[in-house]
Design a protein around this ligand. Structure first.
Ligand SMILES: Cc1ncc(COP(=O)(O)O)c(C=O)c1O
Length: 256
């Protein structure tokens, strides 16, 4: 989408494994910590102007990290904005590129000023349907249905989203990828239905959402407690990641 040539996947994985072997002493051991891996590619053209680049540098940043949110695995507060748009279909919303984050900074600051952790983005056309959170995809449990916004071209097809869907299939939990209006979620909560909301992302893993603010309305989700399905996904993913359980889907890659 940004005219960057594709990186050979096998080469990148091999390079990554070699790098981790060299830097293995930086892998933290305390619970809830990990070695964050951020493959990056930038243009190295000596040029000022607007066109696709001709030369690039690919590199991998490693960093030991703790929990992504100060809240840890506790419900976060999310602000739903109708005033700002992050991405639209046909744009670059589904690409992992800083441009998308640049478009999100102003609303992110407004969220922080009101005491909210991140912004929940709505679709850029009708500003009705849920897209994703600042750095997470989003899931809803309404009664017995697990729902996540369908990949429509303007949201990131996150690997953790994919993992949640794969685990749900493994456990025979129906997961629907569809358009979901924010009002549907609020109405379900108000009608006393069982509602859980959680975000999914590499850094956040699974992050429960306990409060959403939409217009001037503040809605508490599931008594601001971690829902049972949210906890099940969190435990399953982290158990696989930390090698505490069998990896049923062949995701674990042994490095050294
Ligand atoms: C905008 C956005 N959506 C979703 C995600 C989750 O993607 P993944 O699960 O691949 O980390 C991220 C992660 O950084 C993100 O920045």
């Amino acid at each position: 989408m940004l005219c960057i040539p594709e990186i050979d996947e096998h080469f990148a994985l091999h390079a990554l494994k070699e790098l981790i072997k060299v830097e293995k002493d930086w892998v933290p051991g305390a619970p809830g910590t990990s070695l964050y891996i951020r493959p990056t590619i930038i243009s190295t053209d000596v040029f000022l102007g607007v066109r696709a680049a001709h030369t690039y540098r690919f590199f991998i940043i490693l960093s030991p990290v703790g929990a992504y949110y100060p809240e840890g695995f506790n419900p976060v507060k999310i602000w739903v904005t109708k005033r700002h748009v992050r991405a639209v279909r046909g744009g670059i919303g589904e690409a992992k590129t800083p441009g998308n984050y640049a478009a999100s900074l102003y609303a992110g600051e407004m969220a922080h000023q009101q005491g909210y952790t991140q912004v929940l983005w709505l679709d850029g056309v009708e500003q009705k349907y849920v897209e994703e959170v600042g750095s997470m995809n989003i899931f809803f449990v309404i009664e017995d249905e697990l729902i996540t916004p369908v990949l429509n071209g303007s949201i990131l097809p996150g690997v953790t989203r994919d993992s949640v869907i794969a685990l749900a299939r493994l456990w025979n939990i129906p997961c629907t990828e569809r358009r979901i209006a924010i009002q549907e979620v609020i109405d379900a909560q108000k009608a006393g239905k069982r509602v859980e909301i959680f975000g999914s992302g590499t850094a956040a893993v699974i992050s429960p959402v306990g409060t959403i603010k939409y217009h001037d309305e503040v809605v508490t989700i599931g008594n601001n407690e971690v829902g049972p399905l949210t906890l099940k996904f969190y435990e399953a993913l982290t158990d696989i990641q930390y090698g505490r359980t069998e990896d049923p889907l062949g995701w674990v890659e042994k490095v050294c």
